[in-house]
Write a protein that binds this ligand. Structure first.
Ligand code: GTP
Length: 599
């Protein structure tokens, strides 16, 4: 293949600015997908992605474009997610490209994640093509959007395509700009020793592990013996191909191309996204630069409702890890919930998505404990321990002080919401840093804030205060000392480790009262009275009581009313399935989720 006719690119944008819609139009206009096969947001293949309307996993597709210069070009389009939690996926796809299309919604302008994604693209030395989208909407403001792109990003916008991804208006200009501006793979030499970057992988029942790869140098074909350079293992290639987006088998993949390979690999642990594949008989000297591994920011314990499902749960985690290497987990036991895993995530949305995927794709009923960040606990004996699980907090007598992770938060907002957003940041214990103008309408608010306060419902509050207009991004800046305590919940006098949380002392009373009240609503009556208490050490902060139900409730039914009685039993049985027996008390699954949603 003539390398000069290859273009590898990603589409980057702030969430909802129209990446997936643009990708759909491109597939349609290049006739990669026939119109009748066209399903909206074709690249979003996970059910959760379609339902939530967001892209989570990157996806790649090969397409052919006949340009105005009369030549046919091969494009590899790699879709990326827009949400702040998934920037890891973005940097992975960018590492496989030479260029990026930056989609900016003309009704919204530049937003926090637009900037964050641009920085990732610049880190990877990509050519960035700004594209202004949603031109069909009356509120589209081209001048302001261009000005924002030039002021905040410094990209030239005079010939930026003005498009509507929805109607297809001017989308052809984007295709032409890709041909004209994005460089072809320069150092792609088919004869050089093989070096291919694994940028994604998933497990297929028949093929084993399927890896998405970008060939930087060399050629790969069926029958080749390959070596994964970091893992140090060797396998024989059984299939290679491209996605169009259908899975298409080919004979080989050459330098500059993006595609997939399978090598009957069943040991999932061997595959690390970011690893380099080389030929075992003619190996490359150096692997490609991998990308830096993201550190999880949020941890929680996840347990199967049914303890017999532990093994299934473990296998499901291994498979999900394959396609999402930012997920980390290790076995953990809880007195209340039995055997499970402590899992680490990049953020709260990431956590929700993984949980949902586990439940849906692997048919598991799960319970998650309250999320936690990693705390540094300095002990009186001058040692320090890191804990990501409140239950592991040492005896307060032994603790000298505790540090928690702080982040620098940048909130981009129309200026009328600045006052209310500053209040929100204050409530969240934010430390004011700066306020900058983007243009005469919009501002950037900058705060330092405990990460833990961001994972507790910050996003939802920000969106509701700003009617959806504000956006934010954050970056870890280090650890700072805070006045933190561990708060426990006691059910019928027994501490439930799964409910324990580390909170700022200022919030302890409020959260304790709110949580006991919530649990009282959610835990059904038992045949004895159940006190619910929130406590710090021996000190009780709040208490609620669930009254006992009257045992004879069923027998009061009319004796002839057997079917009704049966129904009642059935209902109780159904309810039981989603209940977890904790000590002597039955707790419904919702109770565990309630901890997360607490104010
Ligand atoms: P994520 O995948 O979640 O990051 O979002 P995205 O950037 O892929 O956005 P998506 O393509 O899902 O579009 C978001 C919403 O904007 C959808 O409801 C689209 O129908 C709509 N949309 C996208 N492009 C246009 C456009 O040109 N005009 C109009 N009117 N709506 C558009």
């Amino acid at each position: 293949m003539d390398k000069k006719r290859i273009r590898n690119f990603s589409i980057i944008a702030h969430i909802d600015h129209g990446k997936s819609t643009l990708a759909d139009r491109i597939l349609e206009m290049t006739k990669t997908v026939e119109k009748r096969e066209m399903q909206e947001q074709l690249l979003d293949s996970m059910d959760i992605e379609r339902e939530r309307g967001i892209t989570i996993k990157l996806n790649s597709v090969q397409l052919e474009y006949k340009a105005k210069d009369g030549e046919t070009y091969t494009f590899h389009l790699i879709d990326t997610p827009g949400h702040v939690d998934f920037s890891y996926e973005v940097s992975r796809s960018l590492a496989a490209c030479e260029g990026a299309i930056l989609v900016v919604d003309a009704t919204q302008g530049v937003e926090a994640q637009t900037l964050a994604n641009v920085y990732l693209a610049l880190d990877n030395d990509l050519e960035i093509i700004p594209v202004i989208n949603k031109m069909d909407l009356p509120s589209a403001d081209v001048d302001r959007t261009k000005e924002e792109i030039e002021n905040t990003i410094g990209l030239e916008t005079s010939d930026a395509p003005l498009i509507s991804a929805k109607t297809g208006l001017n989308v052809e200009d984007v295709l032409e700009a890709i041909v004209a501006k994005i460089p072809y793979p320069q150092d792609a030499d088919d004869e050089a020793p093989l070096r291919a970057l694994i940028f994604d992988s998933y497990y297929d029942k028949y093929l084993g592990v399927v890896m998405s790869i970008r060939i930087k140098q060399g050629t790969i074909k069926v029958g080749d013996k390959i070596r994964l350079m970091a893992a140090g293992v060797e396998h024989e290639v059984t299939e290679v191909g491209v996605k169009t987006p259908k899975i298409l088998k080919t004979e080989k993949l050459e330098a500059g191309e993006v595609g997939w390979i399978a090598a009957s690999i069943k040991t999932i642990k061997d595959i690390n996204v970011g690893d380099t594949i080389t030929n075992a008989l003619n190996p490359a000297k150096e692997p490609l630069p991998g990308y830096k591994k993201m550190k999880p920011m949020v941890y929680c314990g996840i347990y199967p409702m049914d303890t017999n499902k532990y093994q299934d749960f473990k296998e499901a985690l291994e498979k999900i890890e394959l396609s999402d290497s930012s997920l980390v987990y290790e076995p953990e036991t809880s007195q209340a919930l039995g055997f499970g895993f402590r899992c680490g995530f990049l953020g709260l949305l990431h956590m929700e998505v993984i949980q949902e995927r586990l439940e849906r794709e692997y048919n598991l009923a799960l319970i998650a404990t309250a999320p936690s960040v990693i705390y540094k606990v300095y002990l009186t004996d001058k040692t320090m321990i890191e804990i990501d699980n409140p239950a592991m907090m040492p005896d307060p007598q032994k603790v000298d002080h505790i540090e928690e992770p702080f982040v620098n938060v940048k909130i981009m907002t129309p200026k009328e919401y600045v006052g209310d957003l500053m209040n929100l940041c204050q409530q969240k214990l934010g430390v004011y840093k700066d306020l900058e103008y983007v243009d005469d309408q919009r501002m950037i608010l900058i705060y330092d804030m405990p990460l833990a306060e961001i994972i507790f419902d910050f996003f939802n509050k920000l969106k509701s205060i700003s009617k959806g207009y504000a956006s934010f991004e954050y970056e870890l800046i280090g650890y700072r000392e805070s006045n933190l305590v561990k708060m426990d919940i006691l059910l019928n006098g027994d501490m439930v480790d799964a409910f324990s949380m580390i909170v700022n002392k200022q919030f302890a009373y409020h959260r304790g009262a709110a949580l006991t009240k919530k649990l009282k609503e959610l835990i059904p009556r038992q045949n004895f009275e159940v006190p619910i208490q929130a406590a710090i050490g021996n000190k009780i902060l709040a208490r609620e009581t669930i009254k006992a139900y009257r045992k004879d409730v069923i027998w009061k039914l009319h004796a002839a009313d057997i079917s009704r009685k049966k129904k009642l039993f059935e209902k109780q049985k159904e309810g039981k399935k989603r209940m977890k027996e904790i000590g002597s008390v039955e707790v419904p699954q919702e109770a565990f989720i309630a901890v997360l949603k607490l104010d």
